[in-house]
Design a protein around this ligand. Sequence first.
Ligand code: GTP
Length: 594
Amino acid sequence: MNVRNFSIIAHVDHGKSTLADRILEKLGAMGERDKRDQTLDTLELERERGITIKSTPIRLNYTRPNGDTYVLNLIDTPGHVDFNYEVSRSLAACEGVLLLVDASQGVEAQTIVNAYLAIDSNLEIVPVVNKIDLPAADPEGAAQELEDVIGIPAEDAIFASGKSGIGIDDILEAVVERIPPPPGDPQAPLKALIFDSFYDAYQGVILFVRVLEGTIRAKDEMMLYHTGKSFGVDKVGTFSPGLIVGQSLQAGEVGWVAASIKDIHDAQVGDTITLKGNPTQEPFPGFKPAQPVVFSGLYPTNTEEYRKLREALEKLKLNDAAFTFEPETSEALGFGFRCGFLGLLHAEIIQERLEREYDLDLIATAPAVVYRLTLTNGEVFETQNPAEFPTRDRIEVIEEPYIKLSVMLPEEHVGPVMQLLQERRGVMQTMNYVGKRVELIYEVPFAEILYDFHDRLKSISRGYASMDYEIIGYREGDLVKVDIYVNQEIVDALAVIVHEDRAYGLGRKIVDRMADVIPRQMWAVPVQAAIGGKIIARATVKAFRKDVLAKCYGGDISRKKKLLDKQKKGKARMKQIGTVEVPQEAFLAVLSTD
Ligand code: GTP
């Protein structure tokens, strides 16, 4: 059997899904994709937001013009930095990639990062300049950028359009000709890489695997290299694109394995499967369990929904090894959960799913990173919860995570963007010119890009800047905790950790924003920001109750009802703190852009 395993990588919106659809259609697999959507329960959110969250492979039959037949496994990759680890695992299941670049945009931050992920995995890169049908397309320019920035010869680029179908035949031929066939010996001890998984209520965890060496069959006793746990294999098969049951999967093949695994944490992405009786000596390198890096508290607005929330979180976790949660109690918010995510997008997706699929009303607290504290008594501990911070006199050193941030932008916006990065405590590493554009590499505290950074970057570059990042380690920082008081009461769930120099500005911003969003009361309500008990900013929610009914002169009952309903709805995401109702926006005041 002639096999090619490949993936498509690109900057967000450069047309990956459209091109993949076009390839599927060409190879007669259209409609099949819809079937797959149902089989694999592709998230509704994914479709709505137009981003790819889960990597889902697909097996295609391709007959070359000369009559030779090939099996092409197209392995989809998520398109967002939150899921970069999943991207690199998916790439490890391939021998080559199509690197897409939008002909009207050229090389962007994620084009570079993804290209280097592919280079690091020793993959053959087939450059594709996409969207050449656009009036603003400059295919030669984009190809030249690939050569200048990444070192891929411009003449290797295939010009294509996923939309109009130009270049698809050339792409398929390039996949067969340029991407090498998978290596591996079907007789060797089994070595298979898990590059994705999902939870099925009947069969347990379905593992997406790439067999690197050996063969796996139903009834084999398989073992997970890193957890050491073993399971009897129930079924194996391929994606066509639904789950097709087969006899075996051998070296070079991509497929799925079901082994009645009940907990997704027993078989995580990046782990190696081998056979218990004849284990491989070298697992696939670089395994790291999925680790959340951004944390936030989730509380039901209605305390009676606590159990319902717990059940929903448990269900979501079944399918998402990177998501964590544990019970947390807040004086202000009551009982809730501290949840861990891969990044802000991941957090938003989970929260949205909880509200939509489980019909929960939630209050989310501002996202925070994991801080490492050394106390004056020598004790070291990590916390991501500002409410848990000890008082300043007990802390010797605070360290915070840093990222290497890469920003790609047109030359004319470099000044303001550098200023923004400096405000965010960024330190410039390099600056590369790419034609009329610039790539900036900075080291920045991770926390500084959690709050409104992306929005600011987009607005000061008129939407032209793109970014990507990776976490590089911990560094010491002069950080302080800013407490927020509402009506003289401290609200633990509103505390934020911030650099000393930014504490006053941020405190100001938070209280102003809160005073804006907290509904007016019968009396004036002070909102204050403080460091160690010392007030640094203050704002007031003015007294006055907005009486919506006053507007309805006289007796139109239905209109009155409508207004009351409207008011009730607006109240849904509120939390009573003392005598004051605080809306969700107030808890995210720190995220608001001015
Ligand atoms: P992510 O999954 O978020 O990474 O996005 P993507 O790279 O899969 O992009 P997608 O295929 O969703 O396309 C993004 C936008 O570009 C959509 O509005 C498409 O209609 C448009 N688009 C994609 N391919 C082409 C093309 O060849 N020509 C033109 N003119 N538009 C295209």
